[in-house]
Design a protein around this ligand. Structure first.
Ligand SMILES: Nc1ncnc2c1ncn2[C@@H]1O[C@H](COP(=O)(O)OP(=O)(O)OP(=O)(O)O)[C@@H](O)[C@H]1O
Length: 604
């Protein structure tokens, strides 16, 4: 077995990739006007504070009773406070204290939280449990009370208070880091690094810390802003050291003179608001630029699509010529997952064809791989799934190698999906109309008004009596059957060529099942759609399918027309399935005049 050179060329490539990624993040950040304004404000404040001795010759601490509440003048551009101290000098020197003390809080929070998160997330076990308990305990303690006690009984220094604050907020850093570590430590590249003999410290530094970096920067900005606010709060309560100029102490002094010199309150309040708002907005912009540039986890399936075709499958064999009426041609589709150091194949060389206007039933017992086959066609498998195929032709074009945006353009527009559980596929926080309209507007490039008109017509078409009411309803206000009609309306809204329905009636009341099947069949005939109907129910197959593919342990064991399959099943597994289904089955009544289906659904 060859172990990839983790420390060699791969590392060099990865390092240059990381550098490029960082550069990309900075570029994105600098393209954001909000971020630029925030950075400018923060740099200005920091520079002014650092350069305070050069910007003013006034002493920020020394009081002068003769200049108590002195008005604005050349000597005191913003006046003097209640004990005659220059406001500008106090703002500038106060910035030194406030910004440096906020740095102390951030440093302590990260010095405690990052190692604890790395250790707990990486090693888990008992140490992790103890750290989790300690973090819960610290978080349960009211921070402001602790700070007041420390300042009253231990030290009045803002720096000491902020060090304690750092300790108090360190559990939030711990939690963030731990969550990031847990999500990355199961990755195959971490296992590969272990196999290659890298030490834990090196794995953490190389593979785990880079993942933790981005969210940590955002959290540092947030903690920085919060600690400036808290400093102001405790100084405002009069707990700061009298020998330290700070923005909070200025607030305290200004409050004492609020009636005689209200402007004194304005300057520190303005500067505190500007600093905390800039930090909060900068954190938001950072998050946006990081999420915009975050590398999409490389799906094994993508590798197959992007790279050279897998050697598996007979690319040139079964589908050398694809007839014009073939909508979908799948050749030797394979899906496998990592399990206990190996891989488990759940779809094993599936080849199938769907013609335009044809309904293909995909049947098999639970776990036979029906849904995995359907999801791989939709490109919806989890990242750990590895997908390969000889060919995946849709509408005459190869789907393999399609990027995410091309796949998104196909999904919803040309390939639509009807799920098994309609209710859990509707977001309870949004109205049905808004959920249906979004993809229509995106794919069809129509206005909100046009999308609504189109959808109201479709809701009526799928048998909903009061489309306008349902359009403005929330999912909990409609029944499961109606939710499935809504999803079917959504699925056909962009006029797809292929509809993949994964057990669309399983979660529904028996009385509604036949109506939904009838609806799918009538829509399919009306629009000449190809349909893949995933089901384990031969009754459903008999009702609406033209052809059937029988799946067993990830393989298609038999494909035939419905008539042939029921009259002369060839494969032993098909016979077994048919006999077990028919043994307990009640005869199904024909669907032709389902009493509950609204008239327009049948006649339209
Ligand atoms: N993320 C995963 N990791 C590992 N195995 C998985 C994963 N998802 C599905 N499988 C396995 O793939 C196999 C096929 O699952 P699939 O959902 O396609 O079955 P199915 O035929 O649709 O069954 P059902 O009718 O119960 O949904 C199952 O054995 C399942 O345990």
């Amino acid at each position: 077995m060859t172990i990839p050179p983790i420390d060699g060329t791969v590392t060099a490539t990865a390092a240059s990739g990381e550098t490029a990624k960082r550069r990309h993040i900075v570029v994105r950040l600098l393209q954001d006007p909000v971020a630029i304004c925030c950075i400018f404000v923060l740099l200005l404040l920091t520079a002014a504070s650092v350069l305070a001795p050069f910007l003013t010759d006034q002493d920020p601490i020394k009081s002068s009773l003769a200049e108590t509440l002195a008005p604005m003048s050349q000597q005191h551009p913003l006046g003097a406070d209640g004990v005659g101290r220059d406001v500008v000098a106090r703002l500038l020197y106060g910035g030194q204290t406030s910004l440096a003390a906020a740095c102390v809080a951030v440093l302590v929070a990260f010095a405690v939280g990052v190692p604890a998160g790395l250790f707990g997330g990486y090693y888990r076990g008992r140490a992790d449990a103890i750290l989790a308990w300690a973090s819960n305990f610290i978080m349960a303690v009211p921070a402001i009370i602790i700070l007041l006690v420390v300042m009253a009984a231990v030290s009045q220094s803002t720096y000491v208070a902020m060090a304690v604050l750092g300790l108090i907020v360190s559990p939030s850093v711990y939690r963030l880091v731990r969550a990031s570590v847990v999500s990355v430590r199961e990755e195959l590249f971490v296992d590969a690094a272990k196999v290659s003999g890298l030490s834990d410290a090196r794995i953490m530094r190389r593979h785990i810390l880079p993942v933790v970096q981005a969210p940590s920067i955002i959290q540092a900005a947030q903690i920085f802003g919060v600690s400036i606010g808290i400093q102001a709060g405790i100084a405002f309560l009069g707990l700061g050291s009298p020998t330290e100029a700070s923005w909070g102490a200025m607030l305290n002094d200004a409050f004492a003179n609020i009636y005689s010199a209200p402007l004194l309150l304005l300057w520190p309040a303005l500067i505190i608001c500007m600093t905390t708002a800039s930090l909060a907005l900068l954190a938001n912009s950072l998050r946006d630029s990081l999420s915009g540039s975050r590398r999409r986890p490389t799906r094994h399936s993508d590798r197959v699509r992007d790279g050279a075709p897998s050697s598996e499958g007979s690319a040139a064999g079964d589908f050398a010529e694809v007839a014009d009426d073939v909508l979908l041609a799948v050749d030797h589709l394979k899906v496998d997952y990592p399990v206990d150091g190996g891989r488990r194949t759940v779809v094993d060389g599936v080849s199938l064809t769907v013609r335009r206007g044809q309904v293909l039933g995909l049947v098999g017992e639970s776990g036979s791989g029906k849904s995995q086959t359907a999801f791989s066609l939709l490109g919806l498998l989890p990242p750990e799934a590895r997908v390969s195929a000889g060919r995946l032709l849709f509408d005459g074009a190869e789907m393999k190698g399609l990027g995410r945006s091309a796949m998104n353009r196909l999904r919803g527009k040309r390939i639509a999906y009807v799920p098994q559980e309609p209710m859990s596929n509707l977001d309870p926080s949004f109205t049905i109309g808004s959920q249906l309209a979004e993809p229509v507007r995106q794919h069809m490039k129509v206005s909100a008004k046009e999308a609504k008109a189109l959808l109201l017509g479709l809701l009526e078409r799928v048998g909903i009596n009061d489309p306008a009411r349902v359009y403005s309803s929330y999912p909990h206000q409609i029944s499961g059957g109606m939710a499935q009609r809504v999803l079917i309306a959504g699925a056909i809204s962009c006029d797809p060529h292929l509809l993949i329905a994964d057990e669309p009636t399983t979660a529904l009341d028996v009385t509604v099942q036949a109506e939904i099947l009838d609806l799918i069949r009538s829509l399919q005939a009306e629009r000449n759609m190809g349909v893949i109907l995933v089901t384990h129910d031969f009754g459903v197959v008999a009702d609406i399918c033209d052809r059937v593919a029988v799946m067993h342990t990830g393989k298609i064991v038999e494909t035939a027309s419905v008539k042939e399959l029921f009259s002369t099943p060839h494969h032993e597994y098909t016979r077994m399935l048919l006999s077990s289904t028919l043994e307990d089955a009640k005869p199904r009544s024909p669907l032709k005049s389902t009493p509950k289906l609204p008239k327009r659904a049948q006649t339209a």
